[in-house]
Design a protein around this ligand. Structure first.
Ligand SMILES: C[S@@+](CC[C@H](N)C(=O)[O-])C[C@H]1O[C@@H](n2cnc3c(N)ncnc32)[C@H](O)[C@@H]1O
Length: 425
């Protein structure tokens, strides 16, 4: 781990703020990364980010360890400092004395935590003296692990939970596949089957070769599969119905298709427009809810990357696991069914529809596909061939969909459910 500049207090305060931001609301970590790190120097930024991510990845294990050492729960402010302290001691190479003394400094500056400095000191020193052994089963919340075991069996559920602790590489999709070899050298990257470039570089992406010139964008290897399955090309029309921030829109536009990108969120569409401008790609951009978009056009290819619990994205935003709630999954399943019906209305006879979610929950994946086929008898499955499934060939289901679990791709990938339909003529 990169050492912070100066006494490291500023960087640790930034890590604390990043964690608070991550839990403040869905997607809060991304926003917090944009705002909290402004003004910090490079080494402090890297340290703050790494420490926040280590804490979030090990959240469940840290909670368990603390609950075993505390007789009664201390105030929130104290617990939050203890978590940051334990993460440093057990999951980073920060020297123990630096971890403990900086957490005590942070407690001193917080009125709610100041009276608990003795407790904080005792607990952290106890962890240093007799470090607890982290249990893999504590990486995910119990209720989610139980669900995953029921859906995929114990070995698969435990294997995917183990990925929570691993730091993911940065995956890139390229504007022009012909540049893969050259970019792979410049980015110290590996080219995965399917074309994703997995970068070995770390740090500020904007300084990496090809960013400024818009030759690539960040996109997880699994997230790059759905748009490829539409196999669009020049002259074809494509609709991306939940498009922002736009990774899949860029893929469709790069294929030469005439693309319409719709999303209900104007602020997220701003990021999509920035991405289009940087890569010099074109799409018609529309800010509307998909269900009520007053436009009668139909398209050769429609992509629905629906809003979901996002439990499959835990490698980059581990807090999703701790923010998810069973009732929210049920509510999102209703939204997804309505959006699938809206997407179906936009598909030309003979056209194709890809539905995907970055969720590991069957209600948002398999159940949506089955429900849709029972409502729309003019659609049928268009099974995904093994050659189209790279790098997630292992995730093909008997009915030709992809149920990608994060450990299915070597080095990890986001969890996804992806299915393709075709509308009969
Ligand atoms: C999973 S994200 C899409 C990610 C995007 N496809 C990409 O690859 O970058 C889901 C998106 O659905 C949008 N959304 C949610 N409800 C919607 C609705 N009713 N109509 C249109 N967009 C919606 C959200 O604003 C969000 O941007």
């Amino acid at each position: 781990m990169i050492e912070p500049a100066s006494d490291g207090l500023k960087a640790r305060e930034a890590a604390f703020a990043l964690i608070e931001g991550a839990f403040a609301r869905r997607g809060g970590l991304d926003e917090a990364l944009d705002t909290t790190l402004v003004g910090l120097e490079g080494r402090d930024r890297a340290f703050a980010r790494n420490l926040a991510m280590a804490t979030l990845r090990r959240w469940g294990q840290i909670q368990r360890m603390l609950s075993e050492r505390l007789t009664s729960p201390p105030p929130e402010a104290v617990l939050a400092l203890l978590k940051l302290g334990v993460a440093q001691i057990l999951f980073t190479d920060v020297p123990d004395h630096a971890a403990v003394s900086t957490i005590l400094d942070m407690a001193q500056s917080r009125p709610a935590a100041r009276p608990f400095k003795g407790l904080i000191n005792a607990v952290l020193r106890g962890i240093v003296r007799t470090p607890p052994v982290p249990r893999e089963a504590d990486l995910a919340p119990d209720w989610l692990l139980t669900r995953w075991k029921a859906a995929y069996g114990d070995p698969e559920a435990l294997a995917m939970a183990a990925v929570i602790a691993q730091e993911p590489a940065t995956d890139l999709s390229l504007l022009d596949a012909a540049e893969a070899e050259a970019l792979a050298v410049a980015l110290e990257a590996e080219i995965l089957p399917g074309g994703t470039v997995r970068a070995g570089l770390r740090g500020d992406l904007a300084a990496w070769p090809g960013f400024e010139a818009g030759r690539w964008w960040v996109q997880d290897a699994a997230a790059a599969i759905p748009a490829r399955l539409l196999a669009t090309g020049p002259g074809q029309t494509a609709l991306d119905l939940c498009a922002a921030p736009g990774g899949k829109t860029l893929q469709l536009a790069a294929s030469g298709a005439i693309v319409t990108a719709l999303d209900r969120s104007g602020s997220r569409l701003k990021r999509l427009r920035d991405n289009l401008a940087r890569t010099n790609l074109a799409a018609e951009v529309i800010a509307e809810p998909a269900e009520t978009w007053p436009d009668g056009r139909v398209f050769d290819a429609v992509l629905l990357d629906a809003p979901c619990s996002a439990t499959g994205t835990f490698r980059r935003q581990p807090e999703v696991l701790w923010l998810a709630r069973p009732a929210e999954i049920a509510k999102l399943a209703g939204v997804q069914a309505r959006l699938l019906d809206a997407a179906a209305r936009r598909v030309k006879p003979g056209g194709r529809l890809v539905y995907c979610v970055c969720s590991l929950e069957p209600e948002e994946g398999e159940a949506q596909a089955a429900g849709f086929l029972s409502r729309r008898l003019d659609f049928r499955r268009s099974p995904i061939a093994p050659a189209e499934a790279s790098p997630a060939g292992r995730s093909l289901t008997p009915d030709g969909a992809l149920r990608i679990l994060p450990h299915h791709v070597e080095g990890g990938a986001d969890g996804f459910y992806i299915v393709r339909f075709e509308r009969t003529e």
